[in-house]
Design a protein around this ligand. Sequence first.
Ligand code: ADP
Ligand code: MG
Length: 577
Amino acid sequence: DTKQESLSFQTEVKQLLHLMIHSLYSNKEIFLRELVSNASDACDKLRFQALKDNALMADDADLRIRISVDKENNTISIEDNGVGMSRAEVVQNLGTIARSGTAEFLQNLSGDERKDSQLIGQFGVGFYSSFIVAKAVDVYTRKAGLDASEGVHWHSAGEGEFTIGNVELPERGTRIVMHLKADELEFVDNWRLRSLVKKYSDHISVPVQMLQENHPADADADAELEGDEPKVEAAAVAPSWDNVNSAKALWTRPRSDIKDEEYQELYHHISHDFGDARSWSHNKVEGKLDYTSLLYIPKKAPFDMWNRERVRGLKLFVNRVFIMDDVEQFLPLYLRFVKGIVDSNDLPLNVSREILQNDATIETIKASLGKRVLDMLSKLAKKKPEEYQEFWDEFGQVLKEGPAEDMANKETIAKLLRFSSSQSGDEAQTVALSDYVARMAEGQAKIYYVCADNHQTAKNSPHLEVFRKKGIEVLLLTDRIDEWLMGYLQDFDGTEFADVARGGLDLGDIESPEEKESQVKANDEHKDLLARIKGLFEAEVQDVRMTHRLVESPACIVVGDNDMGAQMRRIMESAGQ
Ligand code: ADP
Ligand code: MG
């Protein structure tokens, strides 16, 4: 190596490495999936860059990934002829974690292996997972377009630091050599690796190749017993590689041919999520527009779902060629938890993010993808209510942004909302508006709700007294976004919403004419008292009235019909308005 230097991993990497090795141990075989996934990304990136600059392919245009073992040295190599990395890129990509929110994520780890492995899974394990089974890793890489002399050799034992130096590499791409730990030698086995590739990476559209089974380089047990030198024999015969995976873009295959596990593995690859998807929707659209979409709803929310800078969006392909990641334009913001791919036959291969921003085709695709997701959720809610509830617990707060953003689908979204209510008993948001409407009392014309900071306050609100007395259900809204949401939901299926803490509460036919009359009378009778109280609080209140709202409490404060609610006011205040 020339210009050799020793560098320290970023602190976060050290922490992650340590935690990963311990908490992902029971899933250790996923290292292969991660490395093949990276190799496949590297091939996709090169294919894309070569659209503009074909010279990058040089004389090596058949992109592939090759896996081999060396039984003598107990190593596994994963090699691709993809885009490769420059020295600076290696330092950046294999020495740091660039994601914002990483420090918070690490703080959330508890030391409980099971919980932590879940969290790490959501975070994405990636390249560093190689250290679960390797005591040391070598990376040899050369960026496409650079000189053979600009090859880079990275080496680390996964402990605090790595070394990096320049080496001559005649071939473009990346080779990763894993030196297995003494008790992980089970992986130095072609059969084992083949079955792992089949299991985890069959959907990869780049060929994943291994040496043919009966090839002498694949030193079998007999040869070893007889003391043969596998290496010598291998040199005598040109190695012959065969494809282990089906190497066809999964989404181009007919749905009926694709197994659930295959869908899940593609999900792992594109989402970098270690856990499974809850459901997916795979569709081919032909006609005026021609595209295929495959959309996934994750099971778990990512740890940084509320981080504004978080990358989101779908992977875009044009005619099977990978174009770019994280295309935000295909889905509304309130469906930002959805992962997936769009493969378009209409967009030009040189499409850019700028073009995507104001393109009518994209708008049309966006509208129909949004519908598909809502459709998928509606079906889930209907057919698997328990699973839908789990979805809601993870992503409900995001979905609540929907009615404001997506007027066209407001009604569909309203059906998907779940709330806590005075009837449901606890904080869990389990009541659908259709459940509420079905339970409405005789004479009840509105859907009543109360907004508060937390469940306890909502439940004990004096505004609920009359409803409790009359046995009427009230939705208890305690998420920050709720009051804002209600501003966009005027009615559900024709039944209006009413905030019980607002203005002159009209209980409609729930109140008998006598009750109504006695309220009017009371206000009249106590005119003077009301005027005096109003005088005392002149600066604070607009009006003081007698009410039938209360049963036990002597008084309560209500908000004017058109004024901002208390929750909303606090949000505006905290936003500095
Ligand atoms: P992720 O794949 O989620 O970005 P990884 O930890 O798996 O995270 O990889 C980190 C980065 O290292 C990748 O984003 C990529 O830039 C680079 N990288 C990893 N493997 C390869 C490879 N085989 N060829 C080129 N770049 C790679
Ligand atoms: Mg990766």
